[in-house]
Design a protein around this ligand. Structure first.
Ligand SMILES: C[S@@+](CC[C@H](N)C(=O)[O-])C[C@H]1O[C@@H](n2cnc3c(N)ncnc32)[C@H](O)[C@@H]1O
Length: 234
């Protein structure tokens, strides 16, 4: 188990590794929450993700925060007048969300659901590497096509496989050819985390969703740890 301190994790893992490896430890929800709010770099990424989501959402439109974690984004969407459904398979995350979003849950501006299929919304958001927990997104997008209204969207932030900051790691260098040949890979030490090119995810989303926007593009793909993918319901 990893132990968290204010400086990070005692086993030397960085915040991005933590984000990519959230595990079902009973304390992890609280640790994750405080870590994410304290990390300036992650706060900047979160702010830009939320701004894109809120700019895209029509006034009063409902949203599903898929893999909602401790509810940081859900609280922001609800504060902006969007009825927000939250789904997360981790009990630890849900437990902390229930505390952090207690008032919104009581007012029914945030609604916890046991399956993403339990709501019908204009948009689905999945921030901070939720989709990296899937080995293949084909059935996920098929499922989300039943959740998102025609013309609605899925906005996801995923680990950017081209991020050059990861080139210092042996696993990154060992998988460059896999990335170029197959467009995805997973490494044994992160058994539940997969990395994908945006094009592989876009292919899996077809025919239900089409990739409308990728952020960043060009040089930013080498310098940003996360990439944002906007899929429009076809
Ligand atoms: C790094 S956390 C991000 C949490 C939250 N979205 C945020 O912005 O802070 C990744 C989340 O993905 C969730 N997750 C893992 N597998 C999932 C799955 N199959 N479906 C939905 N969420 C999943 C985890 O429980 C965890 O809360």
């Amino acid at each position: 188990m990893q132990h968290w301190s204010r400086r990070g994790f005692s086993d030397g893992k960085s915040g991005s590794e933590f984000v990519s490896k959230v595990v079902d430890d009973v304390h992890i929800g609280e640790q994750y929450h405080h870590f994410m709010l304290a990390s300036q770099r992650d706060r900047i990424v979160r702010d830009s993700f939320q701004k894109i989501a809120l700019d895209l959402l029509p006034a009063g439109a409902d949203v599903l925060d898929f893999g909602a974690g401790t509810g940081i984004d859900a609280k922001a969407y609800a504060a902006n007048g969007h009825l927000t459904f939250v789904y997360d398979p981790s009990e630890a995350m849900c437990a902390h969300l229930a505390q952090y979003c207690h008032d919104e849950i009581a007012r029914k501006t945030i609604i916890e659901i046991a399956s993403p299929l339990a709501c019908k919304v204009h948009a689905v958001t999945a921030n901070f590497a939720v989709l990296n927990h899937f080995a293949d997104h084909t059935s996920l997008f098929e499922e989300l096509s039943c959740v998102v209204h025609q013309g609605g969207f899925v906005l996801a932030s995923m680990l950017n496989p081209y991020y050059l900051g990861d080139a210092r790691y042996g696993w990154w260098r060992a998988n460059v050819m896999n990335l170029l040949r197959r467009g995805h890979y997973a490494i044994p030490s992160e058994s539940r985390i997969h990395r994908f090119t945006p094009w592989v995810v876009a292919q899996a989303a077809t025919p239900y969703f089409r990739l409308e926007r990728l952020i960043p593009r060009g040089f930013g793909l080498a310098t940003d740890l996360y990439m944002f993918l906007l899929f429009r319901r076809a």
